[in-house]
Design a binder for this molecule. Structure first.
Ligand SMILES: Nc1ncnc2c1ncn2[C@@H]1O[C@H](COP(=O)(O)OP(=O)(O)OP(=O)(O)O)[C@@H](O)[C@H]1O
Ligand SMILES: [Mg+2]
Length: 215
């Protein structure tokens, strides 16, 4: 049976596609057969990214396909060890559907209240639909240099009873540049940014292990 991970948020631009590609790349280097199911039919972000990756013959190979429905993507599950769903923004119905089929739902968010409130609202919506709280994992992205802002955001999420991983992605041009080159957040030209991304990926993998042990 393949592992199903969804990366979702109500808000646009918080890093769903960036985190999807990061996780996919890290599993793929560990010899997982990975499919990114790009659910964003209007932008096809991961599909375009993979064209750049294929053009430059980057390893490991990650399959990416665009899907209009969760069911269609799940039909391919027997062919893969992992399917990562890169969700579309503003797609509550799709997100609920994804969450129901997922082992884990990763919710990237920025650290400002403008970002945290929609994340909280989406989590509430998912919980209302019977998604177990343990399956929801918040990841901070676009984090600036203020430690106080990060701490307050962490408190905000914890206060809502949600799980947030410690490692986060800082706001760095090199993540955008890597993406421009068909690369993941662990494949930037800087060791320090790669390391930060690797810590995020490791923390997500550890959380998945914990969740899978408890089901
Ligand atoms: N930590 C970061 N530092 C700098 N740029 C980033 C970071 N994370 C993401 N970006 C950039 O921000 C933009 C939005 O990121 P991304 O596409 O991953 O978000 P998204 O949630 O998938 O957006 P959408 O809602 O439109 O699908 C992209 O240009 C991406 O390269
Ligand atoms: Mg996206």
């Amino acid at each position: 049976m393949s592992l199903i991970i969804s990366v979702a948020s109500q808000k646009g631009g918080v890093g769903k596609s960036t985190i999807s590609r990061l996780i996919s790349r890290e599993f793929a280097v560990n010899d997982f057969q990975v499919l990114i199911a790009d659910m964003d039919i209007s932008q096809s972000t991961c599909v375009h990214w993979n064209k750049r990756r294929l053009r430059d013959q980057l390893e490991p190979v990650i399959d990416v396909q665009l899907f209009g429905s969760v069911d269609k993507a799940l039909k391919l599950a027997p062919n893969y060890d992992l399917i990562v769903f890169d969700g579309a923004p503003h797609a509550t119905k799709q997100t609920i559907d994804l969450a129901k089929h997922s082992d884990i739902i990763i919710m990237p968010t920025g650290v400002a209240l403008d970002d945290l409130e929609p994340a909280k609202d989406l989590a509430k919506e998912l919980l209302g639909k019977g998604i177990p709280k343990e399956k929801i994992v918040v990841v901070f992205n676009h984090v600036g240099s203020s430690q106080a802002e990060l701490e307050e955001a962490t408190e905000y999420i914890k206060d809502k009873g949600l799980y947030v991983i410690g490692p986060y992605l800082p706001e760095k041009t090199s993540y955008r540049r890597a993406s421009d080159d068909g690369k993941a957040a662990t494949e930037t030209t800087h060791t320090s940014t790669n390391q930060k991304a690797d810590e995020v990926a490791q923390a997500i993998m550890n959380r998945i292990e914990t969740i899978m042990q408890n089901v």
